[in-house]
Design a binder for this molecule. Structure first.
Ligand code: UD1
Length: 366
């Protein structure tokens, strides 16, 4: 009798994880019975469903509906509900993605049940332990059996921390999905008319990190900086920053910024279209720094450090924090770096194929 394929569960819950899941999910069906748990960390239509529809993701088998909350409450709820879900699904392996509370809680629930974990986007470090994402990724890496690292720097970070087994050079799944979607992105030309902007003549801005958004002084500086930048600025606002602007009574001040186009969070293809035609991208998002780099748009990162150091060393990205002086200086400068448009494959294989292959091999030898 033919052996039944093993069950592998992907645990996702936040916008960047849906994007990373897309290429992997398409491959995993060949090697396993793939199931998806959605933690419900992101639950707005714009932050979740849109991505499942546009990227044709498999519908979640289980939704934990945890919603928002403090870190302890959100992480704790995911941990508790995930344990129950994993007991019912009985997987041979769990895959987690990135660095959110869903990543850590999902990984922890799995290892405590004796289920091995594979971490996609392992080894990234900001070396700033006050950042929730840094805590999540460090802890997750140390309890994972397979560590799919995207860059040589990430590999080195893992080795420095003494993690020497289970390392897999997978390349970057976000680069892969971007390539898969590029033909559809090029067809999104009416987006610019809808928003009322001219390609190449606007700055794309996003902000959502706790360090920037939950501090009223930093958020106030951000609004002042926008006021001092000439020309159109497109700002698709994450719910976290919208909530904070209301809470700190800065929404009116933002609304009066000249040439500011405040809009809802954009779906994936629209987001890529906006990045690729932007004069400059100003962001604190990890994913958008990379996408700007891949698409050849100059990027100013509104943080003091980045996990994606290659974007800096190649001259495509500049760290500016929320310093008005640094931002104004960087906006005047012509970008010097050329975007990396290399093939995303590693030795002829796509990241998702490498991940699916490594999962199959790992389960075969157990
Ligand atoms: C999370 C991740 C971050 C990732 C980001 C992508 C953690 C610690 N952080 O931060 O690594 O880069 O997602 O977006 O896991 N909210 C809504 N609707 C939603 C989702 C959130 O209104 O669909 C609001 C909630 O009120 C909440 C706030 O946004 O207070 C923050 O949500 P949270 O789940 O902490 O995630 P992010 O800030 O998005």
């Amino acid at each position: 009798m033919a052996k039944r394929k093993p069950i592998v569960v992907s645990i996702v819950g936040a916008r960047p994880q849906f994007i990373k899941l897309a290429p992997v999910a398409a491959r995993l069906d060949d090697v396993c019975r793939h199931r998806v748990i959605h933690s419900g960390q992101h639950y707005d239509h714009d932050m979740s469903e849109t991505f499942f529809d546009q990227l044709r993701l498999p519908s979640p088998d289980i939704n934990l509906n945890v919603g928002s909350g403090s870190h302890g409450r959100q992480t704790g709820r995911i941990l508790e509900r995930c344990e129950k879900a994993l007991i019912s699904l009985r997987p041979q392996m769990v895959l987690v993605y990135g660095d959110t509370n869903t990543t850590l809680a999902g990984a922890l629930a799995a290892v405590k049940l004796g289920i091995p974990v594979g971490h996609i986007e392992a080894g990234l470090r900001s070396f700033r332990m006050s950042m929730p994402e840094e805590i999540n990724r460090r802890m997750t890496d140390h309890i994972s059996s397979l560590l799919f690292y995207p860059t040589p720097t990430a590999r080195q970070n893992l080795r420095t921390e003494g993690i020497k087994t289970g390392l897999v050079n997978s390349g970057d799944v976000m680069y892969e999905i971007l390539h898969m979607c590029l033909p559809s992105v090029r067809g999104r030309t009416n987006l610019f008319d809808e928003i009322g902007i001219t390609p190449g003549k606007y700055i794309l801005v996003t902000l959502h990190r706790a360090e920037n958004v939950d501090d009223p002084e930093r958020l106030r500086s951000f609004v002042s900086i926008l006021r001092n930048i000439d020309g159109p600025k497109v700002f698709p606002a994450h719910p976290r920053v919208r909530n904070a602007l209301r809470r700190f009574k800065l929404a009116g001040k933002l609304a009066s910024v000249p040439d500011l186009i405040l809009c809802r969070p954009q779906p994936y293809l629209e987001s890529l279209a906006l990045i690729s035609a932007a004069r400059t991208v100003m962001t604190d998002s990890g994913g958008m720094q990379k996408e700007a780099y891949f698409l050849g748009a100059p990027c100013l990162t509104l943080r003091d450090e980045t996990e994606w150091v290659e974007t800096i060393t190649q001259g495509a990205n500049t760290l500016v924090g929320l310093s008005q002086t640094k931002i104004m200086r960087a906006l005047k400068r012509r970008p010097t770096g050329s975007a990396k448009r290399a093939n995303y494959k590693i030795r002829g294989k796509a990241p998702s194929a490498i991940i699916a292959g490594a999962v199959a091999k790992y389960l075969d030898t157990r």
